[in-house]
Design a protein around this ligand. Structure first.
Ligand code: N01
Length: 645
């Protein structure tokens, strides 16, 4: 029998080497690994008293006193030594009741029953890929059902893997020259993920090789390249090719997908279904500033970074400081002569000491060798962002002074975040006024911070300007107070046209109706995936699926892809031509999403500028739902939600 891959690779390290490794690791995850090695009796023994006192953002170590941690490491060393001396046998499976106890112990609370199956699936303690689809359709029929996937970023690659596993022929069309989407395009200095990497990777493709807890862009792109290679997806991808239009043909129930390569050669592919995995955050948005065209130096968007431009010794102006600008400024400030940051709205941020930290050798050793350590560590990263943030985002209409907080929980977050900011800028009242946001916490995307942003702002060669920009001149950005800010280079860290969903192509559905015409200013999809009049057209990371309060887009995409595979199975098994969601289900979904979103801080009028909102202040991009609900709803498609033709 093959060994469960999460049981760890057997090892023969010496006691001293093991003890050294344990200095680095997450003690709570370590102790649960010990339960696998020594047996569940440990829970009633030493772990009954040796336990984390709470779990918040310090997810690597959990809250344990130094004394308890030392005791835990000593206990673990005994258990690991014994396990090693027994030849590192694969631990016996732990039963469901004990696993639930382990979860509760780890997160210091009773994990509600409805979450347990989702968490167990996410952890894959069985060693099996738990999100694969069990098909009812015949393999021979699936082999006659070609699918085109648009985009080879994180979600398109995932769809490709699942299609391949299903034996469904597919072609992926990718406009870029390589895999990774966002992680291919965003090469700006300092680009890194802000979701812990040991969770921000496919559930079925975890890895112990991350060099940092929040990896930088090259490592992330490398991860997706590695997955593409491992599954042999590359030969199915047409890189450097863009889809210009997709057209449904009612007569033969096919999609005609028009593509154009980088050298202008056009082609049309025929498919039975289309999966649009085009992302939400990749059409750069550059605001129109008077005189912008007259700027004589290099000017580029953060997602189109011009690496030929040397910044050393230059006066650099950066317009915009959201998640991208927040990463760029600390990465370039040391090299440039001066950096002027034009920030319209201050950002909320919370402390994360690991944000720029390397993964030490001890953690890597534990991830590789200790049974299920990596899986419990993944759980530890998932849980704090698993629906708790959503509660703090809900507006309490009774809460006074809604300009600064929308509920008690939200006010608490505001106080904590403010404390973190003021602890760094000290008594500098001018800087405090500039950097403490004047809107409720979590109203916009909250940023991870290890202090590098505010340290950067206090450098002598860095200036944070909150005065609005009036216009741009050939060598300067001029603010409304008439001040000229000299600039040799202009960086636009101004975000993306998030509300122009699927903007890179035209999609013509039944009777020639175009998707964007049908949407008007209300982009939506049933469960974020399907749209009436567009048979066999599925979206990944579609309207209403972005996450503002936790989770990870990889988790969401895995839910969506499983649902789509279920839809394809329904279609093929029933030998139907097409499926599209019922109009009443779609309308009801839209109404419920909007009703729910309107109760959140993201739609609140106190948040004036936010890419979550469209020009009318309406939110279409975000999911207002708990992860556990989305997971439940997308496990299996309900045939009753669809019209089959
Ligand atoms: O874009 P943004 P981003 N005049 O829209 C300003 C993901 N991401 O590229 O806040 C003046 O957040 C705008 O000002 P304001 C992540 O999902 C992830 O930074 O609207 N300023 C803001 O300062 C993130 O949420 C990572 O008032 C104008 C900035 O431009 C998303 O991408 C890293 C303006 C835009 O900020 C987008 O982040 C980076 C105007 N007319 C990005 N218009 C990870 O770590 C806009 N601005 C995974």
């Amino acid at each position: 029998m093959t060994r469960n891959p999460h049981a760890g690779t057997p090892f023969t390290d010496s006691d001293a080497e093991i003890a050294a490794a344990l200095e680095d690791v997450s003690v709570p995850a370590l102790l649960l690994s010990c339960v696998h090695m020594a047996g569940p009796e440990l829970l009633d023994g030493p772990l009954a008293t040796l336990r984390p006192a709470g779990l918040f953002l310090n997810e690597v170590q959990g809250y344990m006193s130094e004394e308890d941690k030392a005791a835990a490491r000593a206990l673990a060393l005994d258990v690991i030594r014994d396990y090693r001396d027994r030849g590192c046998p694969e631990p016996a499976p732990v039963d469901a009741a004990q696993l639930k106890r382990m979860m509760d112990w780890l997160v210091c609370e009773d994990v509600p029953g409805e979450y347990v199956p989702m968490l167990l699936e996410e952890m894959e303690l069985t060693g099996r890929d738990e999100r694969g689809t069990e098909f009812t359709s015949a393999a021979a029929d699936r082999a006659k059902f070609p699918v085109v996937v648009i985009g080879c970023g994180m979600s398109g690659l995932l769809a490709a893997i699942r299609l391949q596993q299903a034996g469904i022929p597919f072609t992926v069309i990718e406009k870029n020259a390589g895999v990774g989407g966002t992680w291919w395009e965003n090469t700006y200095p300092g680009a890194r993920v802000d979701v812990g990497n040991h969770f921000y990777c496919y559930s079925f493709e975890p890895t112990d090789h991350w060099t940092e807890f929040f990896a930088r862009q090259p490592e992330l792109q490398g991860y997706f390249q590695g997955v593409l290679d491992k599954y042999g997806i590359g030969e199915h991808v047409r890189f450097g090719t863009r889809v210009t239009a997709a057209t449904w043909n009612d007569d033969d129930a096919t999609w005609s997908v028009a593509v154009e390569s980088a050298d202008g050669i056009t082609d049309t592919l025929t498919a039975r279904a289309v999966i649009a995995a085009v992302g939400q955050l990749n059409a750069p948005y550059i605001p129109e500033f008077a005189g912008a065209q007259s700027f004589s130096g290099p000017a580029f968007h953060s997602a189109r970074w011009d690496h030929d431009v040397q910044l050393t010794g230059k006066d650099v102006a950066m317009i915009g400081a959201g998640a991208s600008g927040f990463q760029i400024a600390p990465a370039i400030a040391e090299d440039v002569k001066s950096l002027t940051v034009f920030q319209r709205t201050a950002q909320w941020m919370f402390p994360n000491p690991n944000y720029h930290e390397a993964v030490g050798p001890g953690v890597r050793w534990a991830l590789r060798h200790l049974p299920f350590y990596a899986r419990w560590y993944r759980f530890l990263l998932f849980w704090p962002g698993c629906d708790k943030g959503l509660a703090a985002a809900i507006v309490d209409p009774e809460w006074p002074d809604q300009q600064t907080a929308v509920s008690e929980a939200n006010d608490l977050a505001r106080m904590m975040f403010t404390q973190w900011i003021t602890s760094q800028v000290g008594d500098d009242a001018d800087l405090q006024a500039k950097v403490i946001p004047d809107y409720p916490a979590t109203g916009k995307r909250t940023l991870q911070d290890n202090g590098s942003w505010l340290q950067t702002l206090t450098r002598d060669n860095v200036d944070l300007v909150r005065t609005p920009i009036d216009h741009i001149e050939p060598d300067a950005v001029v603010t409304a107070d008439g001040v000229r800010h000299h600039a040799d280079v202009l960086v636009y860290a101004t975000g993306f046209r998030v509300n122009d969903m699927v903007s890179s192509l035209k999609v013509f559905g039944r009777n020639g109706i175009e998707l964007h015409d049908q949407w008007g200013d209300r982009p939506a999809a049933y469960l974020g995936i399907t749209v009436p009049n567009f048979p066999n057209f599925f979206m990944l990371y579609g309207p209403g699926t972005n996450l503002a309060s936790g989770g990870s887009l990889i988790f969401h995409s895995e839910c969506e892809v499983r649902y789509i595979m279920g839809c394809l199975d329904l279609l093929i098994a029933a030998d139907k031509a097409g499926m599209e969601p019922r109009q009443d289900r779609y309308d009801d979904w839209y109404r419920r999403c909007q009703a729910e979103l309107s109760t959140t801080v993201w739609a609140h009028p106190s948040v004036k500028h936010s890419f979550y909102k469209n020009a009318d202040g309406v939110v279409h991009s975000l999911s207002p739902w708990r992860l556990v609900d989305f997971w439940t709803w997308t496990r299996t498609p309900d045939p009753d939600d669809f019209i089959f033709s």
